[in-house]
Design a protein around this ligand. Structure first.
Ligand code: SER
Length: 344
């Protein structure tokens, strides 16, 4: 008998960290993880089995398929938008071929145990590409089907994989004698920038916000790489994790869309700097604009319309901007960098 489990790829990353904590606390799930990097010692004890390896390694996926019965996949592994611009082919391999491998894995799982496999996929505001700042200002909260002209490899990859997921869910091998669609129950959220108090991001372009906060808490100076009026949506990590769990648990019949925007606050870089300076008055935060990274953030919407997620599966973020800082980021981050706290 194979063992029923939840599979998390990219488990060592920021979202994986929060997701493993939440799922293991609920005690209802047996977790199997896959990442090229080892889990932190704190997370290792929370999972049933850790595979260290690549989502591009098909023989490793075969081993997992042979050993476990997977009903739910959180496919988090990705190369983010800044990193992807330095190594576009590697980004395509991880983000597209890796996702294709996981969708095929889910299809085979579903065929072998006979139940649809819920496949939760985090996409991103990077799928949007607004042509200029005037259009961005006029657009306000964008809907799921607007401005889908991404300018980064990562954004192109995410947008294409949203379509791939829909293909597996609804049209897979549609010309075969016995079409086999319906084995992958693909569900996707488009995340805004995520800000965690316990981990720091790497390789993203929304990283200026979390970097500013973490630098201030460590007492280090920070030069923000985007202009002070730069605006994109953000979300506190616990709300991001909660969104994944809620979407995974939603009754299939309620989901009218494959892809849902989610967001919770949309501050400018200067709004964030002011809040950080309220908490850490001596924080030395300056602006040193990187025009190339600025252009990427300028192509992302100022905010997203997430009314479909609220309507269909009850998305309801707990933290607005002020609660995120006052109740989550600042208190948690102070503990995180206390000299006697363990490093994660
Ligand atoms: N945080 C991501 C990035 O900056 C956007 O999804 O690449």
């Amino acid at each position: 008998m194979r063992k029923p489990v939840v599979l998390i790829t990219g488990a060592s990353g920021e979202i994986g960290h929060g997701l493993i904590e939440r799922l293991s606390e609920s005690g209802n799930h047996t977790l199997v993880t896959l990442d090229v990097r080892e889990l932190s010692s704190e997370l290792k004890g929370r999972v049933h089995r850790e595979f260290v390896g690549s989502i591009l390694d098909k023989s490793l996926l075969e081993r997992i398929l042979a050993e476990y019965e997977v009903d739910l996949i959180f496919h988090l592994a990705a190369l983010l938008s800044t990193r992807g611009e330095f190594t576009p082919v590697a980004a395509h391999q991880v983000n597209v071929e890796g996702t294709l491998n996981l969708l095929e894995f889910a299809q085979r799982q579903g065929e072998s145990h006979g139940r649809p496999v819920v496949f939760v996929y985090p996409s991103s505001i990077a799928v949007y590409g607004l042509p200029d700042l005037a259009t961005k200002a006029a657009a306000g909260k964008v809907q799921e089907d607007q401005f889908l002209q991404p300018i980064t490899m990562y954004g192109c990859n995410k947008l294409y994989c949203e379509h791939l997921g829909r293909y597996y869910a609804r049209h897979y091998r549609q010309l075969a004698a016995e079409p086999r669609a319906g084995k992958v129950d693909f569900r996707c959220v488009r995340f805004p920038g995520l800000i965690s108090a316990v981990t720091v991001p790497s390789g993203g372009t929304s990283d200026f916000a979390p970097e500013m906060i973490h630098a201030a808490a460590k007492g280090e100076p920070y030069a923000c790489f985007v202009r002070e009026d730069t605006q994109i949506p953000f979300m506190a990590m616990p709300d991001g994790v909660e969104a994944l769990l809620r979407l995974a648990a939603a009754p299939r019949g309620n989901l009218k869309q494959t892809v849902y925007n989610v967001g919770s606050f949309a501050p400018t870089a200067e709004d964030i700097r002011k809040l950080v300076r309220q908490a850490f008055p001596s924080a030395a935060i300056t602006y040193k604009v990187d025009t190339k990274r600025q252009a990427i953030v300028d192509s992302w919407p100022a905010d997203v319309d997430d009314s479909a997620a609220r309507r269909d599966w009850g998305f309801a973020p707990r933290y607005d901007l002020h609660r995120a800082f006052g109740e989550y980021l600042i208190p948690t981050i102070r503990t995180r960098y206390r000299s006697d706290s363990p490093t994660l």
